[in-house]
Design a protein around this ligand. Structure first.
Ligand code: ADP
Length: 245
């Protein structure tokens, strides 16, 4: 592995990251590390700075201060190597309209040298019988599942999932959770954002709550609930972002 001043077990390490938009400080001095095989949740209300933070991590936005290492490498020196090892969930609106599910998967798979056998795996996502269907004719939930599936097509070591089950019905959400848990068991590291605290409790090993670009609290979901003195993560979350006394 390249780089390597990093503990081998740490897949993602962010140190003191700060991003300003003119006079607005959207992300202020955020630090985190994600261990191999863990599911990490970045939480915060709309406008908290989550997307900005993730884009800085992925190198699609320049940041003002701080450092990011993914698998012991940084984007400036090793962008190509990093991109081979990570998966990113695109929002479903990015999908071209007149493309079939199978064509979309084939196109995404063709971008990488090593890919999963997507025709086998897509069945696990409940999309096996949709391969010939236009993406535009999928239901909202199916499109959402497809976007998660596509993020996994290059067999990433680390995957970024943004509001991964928004729009899914309760059964489909649980199916996605189960799949992600099974991929975690196979060694996948997952970085996700979610507004659903039941999802975070079901999936995440570690959580960072941010508000106004700043870290509010980090820890395990149970640890955060305990520290807050509340009875569940949703109450604790609202407490920490100042919506609940
Ligand atoms: P979240 O993903 O948590 O909803 P964002 O990262 O999208 O938060 O936004 C954080 C803050 O930065 C918000 O106040 C938002 O209005 C602002 N912001 C986001 N993108 C830009 C931009 N390109 N230019 C200026 N301000 C931005």
């Amino acid at each position: 592995m390249k780089g390597g001043n990093i503990v081998d077990n740490i897949i993602l390490s962010v140190n003191g990251l700060t991003k300003n938009y003119k006079t607005l400080c959207a992300v202020k001095n955020l630090t985190l590390s994600v261990e191999r095989g863990k599911i990490f949740g970045l939480l915060g209300p709309n406008g908290a700075g989550k997307s900005t933070f993730i884009e800085c991590i992925l190198g699609t936005k320049k940041y003002n201060k701080g450092s990011v290492e993914i698998l012991g490498m940084n984007m400036e020196g090793s962008k190509k190597e990093i991109c081979k090892e990570i998966g990113v969930q695109f929002q479903v609106d990015f999908f071209p309209d007149r493309i079939k599910v199978g064509e979309m998967c084939e196109m995404m798979a063709s971008l990488y040298k090593d890919t999963v056998n997507w025709k086998t795996l897509i069945g696990k996502f409940g999309l096996g019988d949709k391969i010939k269907q236009d993406v535009s004719k999928l239901s909202g939930g199916e499109r959402q599942k497809l976007s998660v599936f596509i993020a996994l097509i290059n067999q990433p070591k680390l995957v970024f999932l943004d509001e991964l089950t928004t729009g899914l019905d309760p059964r489909a959400r649980r199916d996605v959770w189960k799949l992600l848990k099974s991929l975690q068991k196979e060694g996948l590291t997952i970085f996700l954002t979610s507004h659903y605290m039941d999802e975070v409790e079901a999936l995440c090993d570690e959580v960072l709550i941010i508000n106004n670009g700043q870290s509010v609290i980090a820890g395990t979901p149970d640890g955060i609930v305990e520290k807050s003195g509340m009875t569940n993560l949703e109450e604790a979350y609202l407490y920490y972002i100042g919506e609940e006394k």
